[in-house]
Design a protein around this ligand. Structure first.
Ligand SMILES: Nc1ncnc2c1ncn2[C@@H]1O[C@H](COP(=O)(O)OP(=O)(O)OP(=O)(O)O)[C@@H](O)[C@H]1O
Ligand SMILES: [Mg+2]
Length: 279
């Protein structure tokens, strides 16, 4: 369905979902996957070199996971892709177009959203208000359509009928699911998840995996997931990259990652708390 014209949007910074939308007419039901090409990306904080010459290619419509131990730069890499951080050197191309110029982020002709590690919901708002925030702020659709989208996205994450709850009344896992519904509200072309399963029980984790797989099939969007949950990554990813100490040390299909001869990858597979058993 076509919606009202919107403006280039950045829905807050610092822990909020960010979204970019097309100048002029926005068709929120017309999702297109985008390709992401990261070239020689470097980022330091003071003397700490966090991202070291990162090269990575994520194809349009791919479900791509980034795994790796704590503190290796996974979240910082995602924050560059949605332009909340700017690199010291290197570039990211989305659909072949650079997203930074002279160290500044450029507006982009596609929609992206991120589910932050911390969920980052507004506690003063209800569940429904959180999910509909971006659509209302940018007056993208008539109010009755926005209410329909909220209902639809909450159903996708198994929270149908929970619009009226305060976020302070939710468990950690429910908050995560609201954050996911909120990120889906704008039908993103590119959706990034930072540790989506961190506070979910195993059943909800399985449901989320199915949700991400079916969304990809239905919409063709590009999905990038940062996760410690190896089983989750192996189950739903087309390809996986392993980060270690600011570098990408292996990239491949789930089969290739499982069979990697790199000792660091093998150690991560063996010692990850959920292990590889049962996959
Ligand atoms: N704003 C910042 N200022 C200084 N250092 C930072 C900043 N943001 C991140 N870092 C450092 O960069 C490194 C990578 O952080 P990042 O959050 O990307 O790790 P991560 O791989 O996502 O870890 P985790 O799995 O624990 O979430 C860490 O050592 C962190 O302390
Ligand atoms: Mg992180």
């Amino acid at each position: 369905m076509d919606c009202e014209p919107g403006e280039v949007a950045a829905l807050g910074t610092n822990g909020m979902d960010t979204a970019t939308s097309i100048d002029g007419q926005i068709k929120i039901d017309s999702v297109k996957g985008v390709s992401v090409y990261i070239e020689k990306l470097n980022k330091s904080f003071g003397s700490h070199h966090v991202l070291k010459d990162i090269d990575l290619e994520i194809r349009s419509g791919e479900t791509f996971s980034i795994i790796g131990p704590s503190g290796t730069g996974k979240s910082i890499l995602l924050r560059h892709i949605i332009r909340l951080e700017t690199p010291d050197s290197g570039q990211i191309y989305i659909n072949g177009e650079p997203i930074f110029v002279d160290g500044n982020p450029l507006p982009q002709p596609f929609r992206s959203s991120m589910v932050f590690q911390s969920s980052a919901l507004f506690n003063s708002l209800t569940v429904g208000e959180n999910v509909g925030l971006w659509l209302r702020e940018h007056r993208i659709c008539p109010e009755n359509r926005i209410r329909g989208i909220i209902t639809e996205k909450l159903a996708i994450v198994g929270l149908e009928g929970k619009e009226g709850l305060r976020t302070s009344e939710l468990s950690g896992g429910m908050k995560k699911r609201v954050a996911i519904a909120r990120s889906l509200a704008m039908d993103p072309d590119l959706v990034l998840y930072d540790e989506p399963t961190a506070e979910l029980d195993p059943i909800t984790t399985d449901e989320l995996a199915e949700t991400i797989v079916s969304l990809r099939k239905k919409t063709g969007n590009t999905t990038i997931i940062v996760t410690h949950d190896l089983n989750f990554a192996l189950y739903l990813s087309d390809r996986i990259a392993m980060m270690y100490d600011g570098e990408i040390i292996e990239t491949g299909t789930p089969e290739e990652i499982r069979g990697s001869s790199n000792p660091i990858v093998q150690r991560f597979i063996r010692t990850t708390t959920k292990g590889i058993q049962g996959v």
